[in-house]
Design a protein around this ligand. Structure first.
Ligand code: G6P
Length: 494
């Protein structure tokens, strides 16, 4: 199949495919509905590329049983992919978030393996691939995002060998000893190898992937490149057309491209007087403590929120952080609330918060100010500005953009970042206080060191981190990926 008839469908030379669209469909209890724009880093990074290249975005609108025609939003052509109630349960909540998510995050929670979930994953991946193929012009560049869609690259290549296909994995790729648990481990590897370039957050992820390719497929890998034979039907990869230049294989590049944020956008907002005023107000509302410590996470078991609360609770109990002087603000944004592991986590965290506040709070001061909600970006930036210490204690995290957002916001070169070495961001933000969240005593020591750190040391550390975040922002990330992708895609088709 080549590009479909232009008269039937609008065709695009650049197509992004992700589970979620950059807009969410919201339906109010009274039945009225609207689109909510959620301009995450990815959208900001890709918007200019989208505009330049007449781009389309293929994805799910976030609610079951919606069948919506493609439409334009802020210069991006939006192609909604519908999911039924059962598919949301089996493909999204099930295989994506109760099988792959825990498996790829070092089995912190037990992955569930169900054949019906896998069947739904295959079916839905095929639907995304078909929608992307139908939106793509001849020789278009298609960029597939994240673990929910790992079969899409191969499915696309099978019907549209003219396309240049990129894939980026936003979460970790686990070591083979863990990955090999997956009953469908070979199919996933074959799915990904349909891409010309497979991007990961860290070098370690790219290495884990290459090892899985060697173990499961036996294909030769050299550094970041993998030679995928074109002619071996039994290996699940089909030849498409004559083999060019006598090469009986396609070269796939697996490499790290650490994602980032639109750093200057954060700084611009942080410099606004009304946001600085809001930061002062937040401290005041907390009773003007000497030190404000902050945690901001999706309420997810990978984030190490319990470890952080344990360390902080012990410091409070030992009188090392007096409740009148130190407050921990924890923002936990609701996430995947119909998945059991997430429900249990919420109960555990809220029990811990209640215990610590109940045991150590006074009438005027609670040690923890806990918020189960998501705030708009402006409020988040005010919180970052108000926080003397930022705690990122993930047990495993692909990157962790909160760490980068904190650094980008602190144009005053103040504030201390305590950062888990298990978050991808620790490869770059080496001047944070790096911690192992499993080592509660070590974590407590680092929190105390952060609370007591002299201004000059805070300044040197923050300055170095800010330089890194501004030098490698999300525009750099997308252009680096697309450069490698278009170069490798061209090589493959010349
Ligand atoms: C992580 C994943 C994204 C996902 C996001 C929110 O960052 O890498 O693919 O969109 O979490 O999760 P949700 O399940 O709400 O889309």
């Amino acid at each position: 199949m080549t590009a479909p008839d232009a008269a039937e469908t609008e065709l695009h030379s650049f197509v992004v495919v992700s589970n979620r669209l950059p807009v969410d469909r919201v339906v109010e209890p009274d039945g009225s509905a609207y689109w909510s724009h959620s301009p995450g880093g990815l959208v900001t990074a890709l918007e200019p590329v989208m505009r330049r290249n007449d781009g389309a975005w293929v994805g799910w609108a976030g609610l079951p049983d919606l069948d919506i025609e493609p439409f334009d939003s802020d210069g991006i052509h939006i192609v909604p992919v519908p999911l039924s109630v059962e598919e949301v349960r089996d493909y999204y909540e099930g295989f994506s978030n109760d099988t792959l998510w825990p498996l790829y995050h070092d089995v912190i929670s037990h992955p569930q393996y169900h054949r019906e979930w896998w069947d739904a994953y295959v079916r839905v991946n095929q639907r995304f691939a078909d929608a992307a193929a139908a939106a793509s012009a001849q020789d278009a560049v298609v960029w597939v995002q994240d673990y929910q869609l790992q079969l899409v690259p191969k499915m696309l290549r099978e019907t549209r060998p003219d396309l240049t296909i990129g894939f980026f994995n936003h979460i970790p790729f686990p070591p083979y000893g863990i990955y090999s648990q997956l009953p469908w481990r070979t199919q996933i590897i074959e799915g990904l190898l349909g891409a010309d370039v497979i991007g990961f957050q860290r070098l370690a992820d790219a290495n884990n992937f290459s090892r899985a390719v060697r173990r499961l497929k036996g294909f030769p890998t050299r550094g970041t490149t993998i030679d995928v034979p074109l002619i071996d039907e039994s290996q699940g990869v089909r030849a498409h057309g004559p083999i060019k230049g006598g090469k009986p294989f396609r070269t796939v590049i697996a490499r790290q491209f650490p994602i980032s944020i639109d750093a200057s956008d954060f700084e611009e907002l942080a410099r606004r007087p009304e946001i600085q005023e809001r930061a002062r107000e937040i401290r005041e509302e907390l009773g003007n403590p000497k030190t404000v410590i902050l945690g901001v996470d999706r309420l997810d078991y990978t984030k190490g929120i319990g470890h952080r609360l344990k360390a902080f609770g012990e410091l409070v109990a030992e009188g090392k952080v007096p409740v009148e002087e130190v407050t921990l603000v924890q923002v936990a944004s609701p996430s995947r609330e119909r998945v059991d592991a997430y429900r249990q986590l919420r109960d555990e965290i809220e029990l811990m918060v209640g215990r610590i506040n109940g045991d150590h709070g006074t009438i005027g001061h609670a040690p923890i100010s806990y918020h189960h909600t998501s705030y708009p970006r402006e409020e988040m930036i005010a919180l970052y500005l108000a926080a003397d210490v930022m705690l990122v204690t993930a047990l495993r995290d692909g990157m962790n953009l909160v760490a980068k957002e904190y650094a980008a916001t602190r144009f005053d070169e103040d504030g201390v970042l305590v950062l888990s070495e298990f978050a991808g961001a620790s490869d770059e933000l080496k001047r944070a206080l790096l911690i192992n969240p499993h080592d509660i005593d070590g974590l407590k020591d680092s929190i105390m060191r952060a609370v007591q750190m002299p201004r000059s040391e805070r300044r040197t550390r923050m300055r170095a981190m800010r330089r890194r975040v501004f030098d490698n922002d999300v525009a750099k990330w997308s252009s680096a990926f697309l450069e490698v992708l278009t170069a490798n895609g061209r090589k493959a088709s010349s």
